[in-house]
Design a binder for this molecule. Structure first.
Ligand code: GLY
Length: 369
């Protein structure tokens, strides 16, 4: 299988996303052209390091690149001030210079944290994303959103800081737990639903084989998702408009994540998938799309063995009124109005604040039954 490239043309912040099998072992050759001196600092987390750090070290060593490594704990709790401080201080101790390159080797948590550390270190140092989860490969490693969580909510502290290179190794997806893979697949489905009906058709046909482990199909899905994200980011890098489309399903998802305490009861990608189903159901009830569309969305998620409804989440959830209250705390609220991503059909999402909240509440009530 060949390595494919999606270029993200952002002027002096332009970069390539390389997608293919074996990129971790190839990392040295990929990164070497960016380096002024043969040394990189890698920040990773315990699980990824145990499985894949050896291959990355070998790949970098083959190009004569010296490596220093910081390994952080696994989990969302790492996206916080204490670990940002630890990472930045460690990078300074390693004497990272302005012209050096930092490597983020992990899923979304590591990518967001290390990207933010790189953004603030010496007022901005380049960094390379080597995303190891499907979610990070198709979403968080591309587009330059970096940051940490606050006690007040997720991702409330951060910066736009584009990576200098992204290496999405599709072989590495083979070591993910099925639940984590499917959670990332929620973000893949999102791309079809928000802007590409043909891609959604393709996923209906190929999703099961892709989840079962077909690497060529995985590569196609990652490449298509990254290309769609790149196109949107290039149109609207700092989310003044169109980039909000990438938040399809996310207003519902953020409320559900808050309601489940950001715990293992609901992974982010699972919340996105449920949120997409709820967004399509709401769109149908508002007469924006036909009832067939939410039925198709739900059928595909069920076919993939994914969570579809609120009742699929373990334990009790707050009332629909309380969930609506949590949606009102989303950081996408503008002038006190919740911004929703609704759809006129599969692949035809749009941003609107004009959604009757009693309709949303009835959709939430029905999804919990
Ligand atoms: N994950 C949404 C965005 O990058 O805009």
């Amino acid at each position: 299988m060949t390595i494919e490239t999606v270029h993200v043309p952002l002027g002096d912040r332009a970069y390539n996303v390389r997608i293919g099998a074996g990129l971790v072992t190839e990392a040295g050759a990929q990164i070497a052209p960016l380096l002024r001196r043969p040394k990189v600092c890698v920040v990773s987390e315990e699980n990824v390091a145990a499985l894949h750090l050896g291959a990355l070290r070998d790949g970098l060593a083959r190009q004569g690149i010296e490596v220093e490594v910081l390994i952080l704990p696994v989990g969302e709790g790492t996206k916080s001030w204490p670990y940002l401080t630890q990472t930045v201080e460690w990078l300074l101790e390693q004497k990272v210079e302005r012209s050096d390159v930092i490597v983020a080797f992990g899923g979304g948590v590591i990518g967001d944290l290390v990207g933010f550390a790189a953004a603030v270190l010496r007022r901005g140092v380049r960094f390379v994303q080597i995303p190891t989860s499907l979610l990070a490969q198709v979403d968080s490693s591309v587009g330059g959103k970096t940051g940490i969580n606050s006690a007040q909510g997720k991702n409330l502290i951060g910066a736009f800081h584009q990576p200098a290179l992204v290496l999405a190794d599709v072989d590495i997806l083979g070591t993910l737990q099925p639940r984590d893979f499917l959670a990332g697949y929620g973000e893949v489905v999102k791309y079809g639903l928000l802007g590409d009906a043909t891609f959604f058709d393709w996923l209906e046909e190929n999703g099961p084989a892709l989840a079962a482990g077909d690497t060529a199909l995985r590569q196609q899905a990652v490449k298509h998702s990254v290309q769609m994200k790149a196109d949107i980011v290039v149109r609207d890098e700092t989310e003044q408009g169109d980039r909000a489309l990438l938040n399809l399903g996310h207003t519902f998802c953020h409320a559900l994540e808050a309601a489940t305490g950001y715990s293992d009861r609901l992974l982010h990608g699972e919340g996105v998938a449920i949120g997409c189903a709820l967004a399509f159901e709401t769109s149908a009830r508002l007469g924006l799309c036909s009832q067939e569309d939410p039925s198709r969305v739900r059928a595909h998620l069920s076919q993939m063995g994914m969570k579809v409804d609120l009742r699929d989440i373990d334990g009790t959830l707050p009332s629909s009124a309380a969930l609506l209250g949590l949606m009102g705390q989303d950081k996408k609220v503008v002038d006190g109005q919740i911004r929703f991503i609704m759809a006129r059909g599969i692949g035809q999402a749009f941003v609107t604040s004009d959604v009757a909240l009693d309709v949303v509440q009835s959709v939430l009530d029905d999804a919990a039954r």
